[in-house]
Design a protein around this ligand. Sequence first.
Ligand code: PXG
Length: 457
Amino acid sequence: MTRSTQDWQAADSAHFLHPFTDYQTLQRKGARIITKADNVYLWDSDGHKIFDAMSGLWCVNVGYGQQALVDAATRQLKELPFYNAFFQTATPPAIELAELLSQVTPPGFSHVFFTGSGSEGNDTIVRMVRRYWDVLGQPQRQFIMSRKNAYHGSTMAGASLGGMTGMHAQGGLPIPGIAHIEQPYWFANGRGMTPEEFGLTAAGWLEAKIEELGPHNVAAFIGEPVQGAGGVIIPPETYWPEIQRICDKHQILLVSDEVITGFGRTGRWFGCERFGFRPDLMTFAKGVTSGYVPLGGVMVGERVVRVLIDQGGEFEHGYTYSGHPVACAVGLANIRLIQQLGLVEHVRDDVGPYLAEQFRALADHPLVGMAETCGLMGALLLVKDKALGLPFPSELHLGMVCRGHCFANGLIMRAVGDRMIVAPPLVTTRAQVDEMTALIRRCLDLTLADAQRGGWP
Ligand code: PXG
């Protein structure tokens, strides 16, 4: 028996505490119930078709309805639904996925530590980099450097590494030994300079903070190649090579959080390849299984592997679901499908440049102060005055107004402050980019009409 939308909403309100949700607002409005999906489209419980321009939550890289992933999960569930990887055991899917990951990741990544999510992956990062320095006889190297407005997950360590002040305010975070520098967001922090100059300046903030803390106390630097949840903040091209130089100079481990940027999102297999840096460790999740089942992990480069394996003894860390066979079987099928469909090349050479072109065209809209893309991630900044680049007052919440129009018009787009962002599935075609940008334009027009009615405060 199918239940009505009101019935679903009542049961949802009565029993389900949602993540990152204002509970009173949700009780008032009722949740939107998503019931099925295919390719880049979702359907809700009232039968409305919706263009999912956020790939679920930055994860459904191969799109919905891929039979190969369904078959892989079904086969594995029948054969061996679970066995652990503790106590000197392993399962074939976990071994094969480890092998395949070492092939698709940049040279030097021979080993993987599996987790259940990106947050757990970043907890593993904290444990692993501190363990690395312990084994090397430098236990005072505790500090892990990160950036304001970074997102690294919602566990205690993930939220501490992240630079979201709202999250820190709830739960007494960050945990000790985490230090944040300012983000490389040119529009907010660097408009007096060229983006290239600003990239060097922003990387210089890392060096200044390292000097302040004492280089011998610093274990690692972690960053997302492009800040996703922070609003698709694309750093200037000069930024990452300079970060690399600074980490090398002080022998600090460099960690790339590839949870969003991994598996083709930027038009390379991993975001670090797009921005020209060589991390020692990489966190991944989301796109490894295209979100069909939960899986995450940490790719561990030679420098750290040699210390952990040759000198380390027991690493007292792990999760029940580290190397879950069903998740790994789906991961294998997913990566093979990305290869077969040539999705990384599709983003790099075809649909990524096409999205960039269409976003440049959207920049002529009176509300759009800046339009940027990187692979299949895009951001439009809503501004009050294009010529002066003046933002709207934040109490207007214009991004949320725009997002409301998107929902009402069959488009899922995220609002981060006044940055409207998209990250559609990598299977998106040019025709679907056209469909998406037409929807975006309509929603921008509706938002503009609201702003004009409100008198451009
Ligand atoms: N690192 C990065 C870079 C992420 O984007 C995580 C770690 C944590 O992964 P898990 O699997 O533990 O959620 C993420 C997750 C948003 C949004 O609003 C983004 C994420 C999660 C929830 C919401 O854009 N990214």
